[in-house]
Design a protein around this ligand. Structure first.
Ligand code: PPS
Ligand code: ADP
Length: 241
């Protein structure tokens, strides 16, 4: 994000005066054929319009008409490991970026790299999700919307998110366990089945299906592009009018 500095505003103002005054001088000269009149009109216009523009801006700053407040939302992708959360969330994020709204992408892999000592017990996961909730809250306080993807297998942790953040949109990325195993490019199911990963969601720990998800994507019948477009349209319809 960039902030317009005073120097930039002044330089922009001066460059615009050259364009505007130059135009006035040319117009007066073309119509009346008198260079002295043209230059006089240009000079008078410069002084008058600088003052008028300043006043005009001041008045408009007080008028709220036509100003749109950006309401941040949180897209929360949940589902079994390898169900397709990251694939779809990344696509939605790319689409949303084109709307030119303040936006952040939060994925479990980035957060768990940042805080490496968080485990997968129920207590650890709930604590982890609560931390993410705080992060989203902070971003929302600055009008930043979020696209977050976490297994978040327990109802209670998804409830924590719903209570903590504004405009929470849960996307349940649905795939059965056999499909997820087939998609296992990370090799995590293999490790879980060998017992090398404990409390593994879908194998040795539960995934409590969301009952009130705003959007359900059945990845057995919907491809990632189709899913992303549906989610994108939902956000456009409800939050970016
Ligand atoms: N025990 C266990 N259970 C579930 N997942 C495990 C586990 N151990 C490692 N992994 C890998 O870590 C990813 C899940 O991390 P999350 O932060 O999304 O999990 S949670 O929301 O705290 O439940 C998840 O990645 P995704 O495939 O992106 O979902 C797994 O590949
Ligand atoms: N319909 C689908 N939706 C999403 N992902 C799919 C789909 N069909 C196949 N896949 C593949 O499944 C894998 C899902 O991996 P990923 O997006 O990392 O899942 P997660 O983030 O849930 O662990 C990817 O390789 C993706 O290309």
């Amino acid at each position: 994000m960039y902030k317009e500095t005073n120097t930039r505003s002044v330089v922009k103002g001066i460059s615009w005066r050259f364009v505007a005054t130059g135009t006035t001088i040319v117009i007066v000269y073309v119509f009346f054929g008198r260079l002295d009149m043209a230059i006089a009109a240009g000079l008078i216009e410069t002084v008058l319009k600088v003052a008028l523009y300043w006043g005009h801006e001041k008045v408009w700053q007080r008028i709220r008409f036509g100003k749109k407040r950006i309401e941040p939302f949180n897209l929360w992708f949940t589902g079994l490991p390898l169900s397709g959360k990251t694939t779809i969330a990344d696509k939605v994020y790319d689409k949303l970026q084109k709307l030119d709204i303040p936006l952040e992408r939060i994925d479990s892999k980035d957060i768990r790299e940042l805080i490496p000592n968080v485990g997968y017990t129920r207590e650890d996961r709930n604590h982890h999700i609560k931390r993410i909730g705080h992060l989203i809250q902070t971003l929302q306080n600055n009008s930043i919307s979020t696209v977050a993807s976490f297994v978040s297998p327990y109802r209670e942790s998804r409830k924590i998110i719903r209570e903590m953040v504004k405009n929470n949109v849960v996307v349940y990325v649905k795939a059965d366990i056999e499909t997820c195993k087939r998609r296992d490019y990370k090799g995590v199911y293999e490790k879980a089945l060998k017992g090398e990963l404990k409390n593994f969601t879908g194998i040795s720990d539960v995934y409590e299906e969301p009952q009130h998800a705003e959007i359900v994507v059945d990845t057995e019948t919907t491809d990632p592009d189709e899913a992303a477009e549906r989610i994108f349209q939902y956000i456009k319809r409800n939050y970016v009018k």
